[in-house]
Design a protein around this ligand. Structure first.
Ligand SMILES: [Zn+2]
Length: 469
């Protein structure tokens, strides 16, 4: 028998699209007549009790066909059709059905004017850099309707490339200057890293392969050397042993979880010297295709599209970052489970960028996340009031976010207890770009969070917290 896998992370190829279609038709054929309306209606059941109840009567038939977790992911993904803002970046997420229809249209033509028209139909889902690229392409297209999108990018390559190299060099130069006051060993290591990075940047074959993330990690590794991390780990093992040995909480799983959390927390709250701090803040400014238009142009003008049509690939890329995906709030490699309370929606861009980061790291990379998270939760609450999503899905999700962020992400869910009809009419302003005031508030909040995080965790009732932290 065939095993269906809907990962929720990789829907941008026709193979997966076919699997979704297969799953849908299989569901239609396998489920009993009473269950069919449940699958087709817009309200999605999320509670641990309700998901198996959809499956239970035909579990034996299904056991090798569809995993319960796949249905769960599929149901959560379906929520994206209600235009939900991403909890990380705040941009409205694109749902799979709209993306699939878009892909079908794109793959049916190579005419730049038509391709741009199809992108335009989904304009509100474009992320900021993609929106700028789209405007640029529309202008080019008016002048010369035959010019391909790839040629539009290539015509700007030289210019963008020199801008990017200038920007990167400037950042590296600043880091070099800031490193003068570091201790000798650290300074030498930072300068070696700068040389290595500079060589990578000016090498034409390597430009697109510069990884900001690896660069940042390397810098942090210089400041918190491996032997120090090893010592920290030993300290946390001792701490856990002394607190929980002999209790039912003392399992290998909880121990590993505790150590990982404490390590991540300690590194995130590591008190860097002001010189080290300046260097990290500067390194974060390194341009990437998702946040810098020149980086986008360089990357996709130079890309080797093999035998595929570059324009079609570029068009798909314009919207693939906006695609809604299912995210494990507590990452799977930190033993995060695939259950409703640990799953949230997140745009593909943020999901890919996150890798195995924990929530604390994700917030530090995305200082506006606390605001966007509230927007996301507010939208889910509205959907609940309109009877489109279950309350428990929202409350459980918020609980997990709260735990994983040490109380930092916590939405006000009091709206859930309001009468449904009244509130359902409230239209929410969902602008993708934060206002100046929001940015300012986010910066303040970040500073405040750094200062109060220790206090917060002390008061948290989470029993995994060591008493002394
Ligand atoms: Zn996002």
């Amino acid at each position: 028998m065939k095993i269906f896998q809907i990962t929720g992370l990789n829907f941008n190829n026709s193979n997966n699209r076919q699997k979704v279609a297969e799953l849908k038709s299989m569901a239609a054929n396998t489920f009993t007549p009473q269950m069919r309306p449940m699958l087709n209606r817009d309200t999605v059941s999320f509670t641990a009790k309700k998901i198996p109840s959809i499956m239970a009567p035909t579990m034996e038939d299904l056991i090798n066909k569809t995993k319960a977790s796949d249905i769960l992911r599929f149901n959560i993904l379906r929520l994206a059709k209600y235009d939900i803002p991403c909890p990380v970046c705040g941009h409205i997420m694109l749902d799979l059905d709209k993306y699939n229809a878009f892909e079908e249209k794109i793959m049916s033509t190579t005419d730049p004017t038509k391709i741009l028209k199809y992108i335009g139909e989904l304009e509100k889902y474009l992320h900021p850099i993609e929106a700028k690229i789209f405007d640029m392409m529309k202008t080019d297209n008016l002048k010369n309707p035959k010019e391909t999108l790839h040629d539009m990018l290539k015509s700007r390559l030289a210019d963008s490339e020199s801008k990017i190299v200038a920007l990167q060099t400037q950042i590296l130069g600043n880091i070099g200057l800031f490193s003068h006051n570091l201790k000798t060993k650290e300074r030498k290591e930072v300068q070696n890293l700068l040389n290595e990075t500079f060589a990578r940047i000016i090498d034409p074959r390597e430009t697109s392969r510069f990884s900001r993330k690896i660069f940042l990690t390397k810098i942090k590794n210089i400041f918190i050397p491996e032997h120090l991390r090893a010592n920290l780990k030993l300290k946390f093992i001792e701490e856990f042993d002394s607190m929980y040995k002999g209790t039912e909480y003392y399992t290998e799983e909880n121990k590993a979880d505790y150590i990982n959390k404490q390590l991540a927390y300690t590194i995130e709250n590591w008190i860097y010297t002001s010189e080290q701090d300046k260097i990290i803040e500067e390194a974060v400014k390194m341009p990437k295709a998702y946040n810098n238009i020149d980086a986008f142009i360089v990357k996709y003008a130079k890309r080797d599209y093999k035998r595929a049509n570059p324009d079609q690939k570029i068009a798909l890329r314009m919207l693939s970052n906006s695609l809604a995906t299912v995210e494990h709030i507590k990452a799977q490699n930190s033993r995060g489970e695939t259950k409703p309370g640990n799953l949230s929606l997140e745009c593909a861009c943020d999901n890919n960028r996150r890798n195995s980061d924990n929530i604390i790291e994700q917030i530090s990379e995305n200082p506006l996340m606390p605001f966007n998270y509230k927007k996301y939760m507010k939208r889910l609450c509205q959907l609940h009031l309109d009877n489109n999503v279950e309350k428990s899905f929202i409350t459980q999700q918020n609980k997990t976010y709260k735990e994983e962020s040490y109380g930092f992400l916590d939405a006000n869910l009091s709206i859930l207890s309001k009468p449904r009809k009244k509130v359902s009419k409230i239209k929410e302003k969902m602008s993708g770009t934060p206002t100046k005031a929001e940015r300012r508030a986010a910066r303040k909040l970040k500073l405040k969070a750094k200062k109060t995080k220790f206090l917060k965790s002390k008061h948290s009732s989470n029993r995994r917290q060591p008493p002394g932290l």
